[in-house]
Design a protein. Sequence first.
Length: 294
Amino acid sequence: MTVSIRQALDQATTALVLSDSARLDAEVLLAFVLGKSRSFLFSRPESVLSGEQSAAFAAFVARRAAGEPVAYLTGCRGFWTLDLQVTPAVLIPRPETELLVELTLTLGQQVSADDPGRAMVVADLGTGSGAIALALASERQHWQVYATDRSEQALVVARQNAVRLRLDGVSFTQGDWCEALPAAVCFDMIVSNPPYIADDDPHLQQGDLLFEPRAALVADGRGLRDLAIICEQSRLRLRDGGYLLLEHGHEQGADVRALLTTQGFAGVRSERDLAGHERVTLGRHAAPGENTHA
């Protein structure tokens, strides 16, 4: 029995009823199977699928219905202005993290205005797919960007993304947080989207989180352990006036502000995402003798 694009999408949408984005999931998967854009589906709804295409689409829909993330099924996810390769070795980039990129670019512009002509030196800790580092490099080709991750599998994905996107200004190194950064380099900004979910959080048993690497999601100490380590280590790697920017859970803003304040950062504040949640907290490395409460 042959089916049209419209019929295939209708059937798939029904099969994916448990997804919050059933129709979109179906469209993305069918476009991937056909090697076409979603706009093609809208312009050619009566086009008939071949038997091979129907079978491939049905297999993808079954896997999605079982919970597998669309990004892992297609092997790609859009982030910022980039199309990134993703695998189960890395977290799936999320729109909320674009706030971290936006804030970093804005602060970088302010710092550059105070010292024109100097190339910014920025580190992305726990880079995963390379999303943050590559987004920054795509916007500021003259910046020196370092990206670290403890997972060699993740770094393989990040390096492949850099090559495919022709963004060769990012240096990738393996290791834990600031320990992986070159010892002789002083940084203008350090950014990170580290693990921040508590190990007993029920969301870990739901949706995409079930399939993503647990080590990139979960941290001890109510999800704050890695955030605390980064705050402590970054204080020693930032130049005076440099910034630390951290993504965190929407209920962790006060805790992360306390972590930065305890480490002597000045101008500590949290910024909200489009949903109105505190999502990124940042602070400035204070110069010796500076009043951090000013």
